[in-house]
Design a binder for this molecule. Structure first.
Ligand code: ATP
Ligand code: LTN
Length: 330
């Protein structure tokens, strides 16, 4: 069976963009692939975090994975910091990654531009190498992510190819799995920006999976629309296109059915229907999140970390041997 690996950061609140761009596909793929879904808390600390909040968000994100449909009996769900091999392989891959290629990463460049570069942590600069380690440790074939992660994934591929060339075949070279529809869900408040939990001003444009019905209604009601009145898929009208894409993905109706449904109707109706559909979609997820008790979660994460570690250990051993990293011969 081929493998998939993916992860999300336990920072901020999981939103509809995260779900439609990534989590949803994890659920769909988990039966066809041997699957590893990680809560990447070591990525989270590349920016300053409050330790108590980070710990709580880590557990909350694990609950969300399980509540959107990740089945811990068939997929491996674990927390990144529970498997030490991720950090050890990062050091090794740091020696294959190039300063120049990390400097070209747009996520880093954006941050360096916003803050002064001296104030960006070394960990933030190195973030893509930690991500490459996550992926390569599991000999991953496919990585389901949103479009914003494409560049990081290219880097993981380049590092794997370079390492294999220099030290012999060690890592599977992973492929991205980026959905055709939903790879980039835009902010409801500003359809030129992606829906994002790390963008401080954008809360109003972001539907969180744990939002209550009032918040969902309010956010859709205030959603920006385009000029014109027609409700149809049209990439040049970004706001409406985004709203229709969300409706299409949440209802499973085809684009033609969605257009037929809204034919002759106005934006107010589109927003109301979207709110209804979203609230109906979120309700059972939120109930499941509340239903997972701490003991059950501990058992799942412990079992996940053990399964992940067994595979990670074997890959790390192989990588160390490839490099000639030997010490005492036991
Ligand atoms: P954010 O920008 O919201 O902070 P992130 O990418 O930093 O998101 P993660 O939690 O690590 O945070 O992302 C998890 C997954 O969600 C990734 O695969 C990412 O590509 C995807 N994703 C994030 N935002 C969107 C979006 N607006 N549309 C589609 N996919 C998205
Ligand atoms: N950088 C990713 C999260 C992430 C990831 C991974 C995704 C960390 N390690 C490995 C896929 C595979 C993001 O979505 N912000």
């Amino acid at each position: 069976m081929k493998r998939i690996f993916s992860g999300a950061q336990p920072t901020g609140n999981v939103h509809l963009g995260n779900y439609l761009g990534a989590l949803r596909n994890w659920v769909a793929l988990q039966r066809e692939y041997e699957s590893f879904f990680c809560i990447v808390n070591l990525h989270a600390i590349t920016l300053p975090q409050d330790p108590k909040i980070l710990a709580a968000k880590t557990r909350e994100l694990a609950r969300i994975y399980l509540s959107v449909g990740i089945d811990p009996n068939i997929s491996t769900v674990f927390v990144q910091s529970d498997v030490a091999e991720h950090t050890e392989l990062t050091w090794i891959l740091n020696c294959s990654a190039r300063m120049g290629e990390l400097e070209r990463m747009t996520q880093f460049k954006d941050k360096a531009r916003k803050q002064q570069e001296e104030n960006v942590s070394v960990g933030y600069f190195d973030y893509p190498v930690l991500m490459a380690s996550d992926i390569l440790l599991y000999q991953t074939n496919l990585v389901p992510v949103g479009e914003d992660q494409k560049q990081h994934l290219e880097l993981a591929r380049d590092i794997a190819i370079r390492f294999n060339r220099d030290y012999g075949q060690t890592f599977v070279v992973p492929e991205p799995f980026i959905p055709k529809v939903g790879a980039r869900i835009m902010s409801l408040a500003d359809p030129t920006k992606k829906m994002s939990k790390s963008d401080e001003e954008s809360e109003a444009g972001c539907i969180m999976l744990l939002d209550d019905a009032d918040a969902v209604r309010r956010k859709f009601k205030r959603a920006v629309t385009d000029s014109g009145t027609e409700i149809r898929f049209d990439e040049s009208r970004r706001a409406i296109n985004n709203l229709l894409t969300i409706y299409h993905l949440l209802t499973g109706k085809s684009a033609a059915e969605v257009e037929a449904h809204f034919s002759g109707k106005g934006y107010a109706r589109l927003k109301e229907d979207l709110a209804d559909v979203t609230i109906g979609f979120l309700k059972p997820i939120q109930e499941r999140v509340r239903g997972i008790d701490d003991d059950k979660l501990d058992a799942i994460l412990k079992q996940g970390a053990e399964k992940a570690e067994a595979i990670a250990r074997a890959t790390l051993k192989h990588a160390k041997e490839s490099l000639g990293l030997v010490g005492a011969r036991k």
